[in-house]
Ligand binder design. Structure first.
Ligand code: SDX
Length: 440
């Protein structure tokens, strides 16, 4: 089905012209199934003695992948060829997890077994419980996630050998299964409430909401509309090509680091406000704007090159059209607020007015800045009673499957080797050492 990238005759020609005259080089063009072709420059340095230069990797393909494809101009997102809109509408999160990990949607029997396998791995080793007590109660839950997920390599020694496909799959299942428990316990610890253990009779999203909001003194049953909304939000955040955190996981994994350490590195990268931390930053921004009357002031700041302020939840490296996830997220936002009787939630009104004004402003139109996945998610989470500091944690829970699917693909890729970029060096050339006694 997918075109072998070696089978191509198209070439890229580079001519270097200097005092020695012209030196001509050719490099193969590799073709994917869809999307831009690539120039295979793996021999460029050996052939020419030159590096490429691409800070932020705006024009660089770091790997071959079969997992996710984004067409930024069309605003489309595919997981193993399926549209995100179809998956969000017709699947549950574990079906999408199965698809990302194994390459195909499960049949009914496969779906049931996978659900059972994941559900039975949701508990944590009891001693991990004590890890939380080392943190301050007011620690940011992303700091807790980095620490506890990294510590899993100190507990699950039977799934650390990355050369063993079975151990890689066991680690993958454990991470998908345990992330909601780790996340919910980070919240409970911050609240001073007792940890709530997972329940095997609940779905993935219901289990997460139960561990977040149940208390020992009374029964808790997750609102089905909110559970479905949470499940859909997890789907929308599951994977997204070679974004910063996924690239972090791949680079960490390329050295042979264990999967728990690699996912902990991905969590750390996701935390940044330019990436997964944007959902938290959107809420803080909306609260700072406060009223529709102040929107023009903040739009002006976002356009001012001398002001570091950016409209959080807007813009994207790849999407130069509406992020398809944001459209589904906006619909989910209305569903949740309607269910909770918060139809006139001021923050939603403010967000929709901000979006309306921004999308009419020539700066945003010219630079093709549209709402991204983070613009509406925070409003939903806040309406569900989830604190702002937990927003990026939820993103990390959802993205774990994407990270681990890409990590597995990287290890299985015969072309992959340890990632080790070079640089354009502009520091001092070699110079004579100056002894301390002679330094003025
Ligand atoms: C995620 O990569 C992924 O796939 C990420 C993600 C995923 O699922 O993994 O989709 C999740 O991280 C979504 C993005 C969440 N971040 C935010 O919402 C933060 C606000 N957005 C910006 O920081 C920015 O848009 C980025 C970081 C998302 C993208 O930055 P790029 O690709 O480096 O683009 P850029 O900074 O070069 O911007 C191009 C121009 C610049 O102006 P000029 O220098 O050309 O004059 O657009 C401007 C920028 O100043 N610009 C913005 C803006 N985003 C870009 N101006 C105001 N507000 C913004 N939000």
């Amino acid at each position: 089905m997918t075109k072998k990238i070696e089978d191509t005759q198209t070439r890229a020609k580079i001519t270097l012209t200097d005092s020695r005259g012209d030196r001509r080089y050719e490099f193969p063009i590799l073709e994917g199934t869809v999307g831009p072709d690539v120039i295979d420059i793996r021999s460029l340095y050996a052939d020419t003695g030159l590096f490429t230069y691409d800070p932020g990797y705006t024009s660089t393909g770091s790997c071959e992948s079969k997992i996710t494809f984004i067409d930024g101009d069309q605003g489309t997102l595919l997981h193993r060829g399926y549209r995100i809109e179809d998956l969000a509408e017709h699947c549950d999160y574990l079906e999408v997890v199965y698809l990302l990990l194994k390459g195909e949607l499960p049949n009914p029997a496969q779906k049931l077994k996978f659900e059972q396998d994941i559900t039975r791995h949701t508990m944590l080793h009891e001693q991990i419980n004590y890890f939380y007590r080392g943190f301050r109660r007011d620690a940011h839950p992303m700091a807790v996630m980095c620490g506890v997920v990294g510590a899993m390599s100190a507990f699950y020694h039977d799934s650390l050998d990355i050369s063993d496909p079975r151990q890689r799959m066991v680690a993958s299942y454990r991470l998908v299964a345990k992330m909601p428990t780790i996340a919910a316990w980070a919240y409970k610890y911050s609240m001073g409430q007792p940890f709530v253990y997972p329940r095997n009779n609940l779905s993935y999203a219901e289990n997460f909401l139960h561990m977040m909001f149940a208390v020992p003194c009374e029964e808790f049953e997750a609102n089905p509309v909110l559970a479905r909304a949470m499940d859909r939000i997890l789907i929308l955040h599951a994977d997204h090509e070679q974004n910063a955190s996924t690239s972090t996981v791949r680079l960490a994994g390329s050295s042979g680091a264990n999967p728990f350490a690699c996912i902990s590195a991905g969590i750390a990268s996701l935390w940044g406000p330019a990436h997964g931390g944007a959902n938290e930053a959107v809420l803080n921004m909306l609260q700072e704007i406060g009223s529709k009357e102040r929107i023009p002031e903040f739009i002006a700041r976002a356009k001012d090159k001398n002001d570091p302020f950016r409209l959080m939840g807007f813009g994207h490296r790849v999407y130069k059209n509406y992020d398809p996830r944001a459209k589904v997220m906006q619909r989910t936002c209305h569903e949740v607020l309607d269910e909770l009787g918060l139809r006139n939630e001021p923050l939603l009104e403010l967000a929709m007015e901000l979006e309306r004004i921004a999308l009419q402003d020539e700066y945003f139109v010219e630079k093709k800045l549209y709402p991204n996945v983070d613009f509406y998610s925070g409003i939903i989470f806040r309406a569900m009673g989830i604190p702002v500091s937990m927003f990026t944690v939820l993103f990390a829970v959802a993205r774990t499957v994407g990270w681990i699917a890409q990590w597995n693909e990287m290890i299985e890729d015969p072309h992959q080797k340890i990632g080790r970029p070079r640089q354009l060096y502009t520091g001092y050339p070699q110079r004579a050492f100056v002894p301390l006694s002679q330094r003025g």
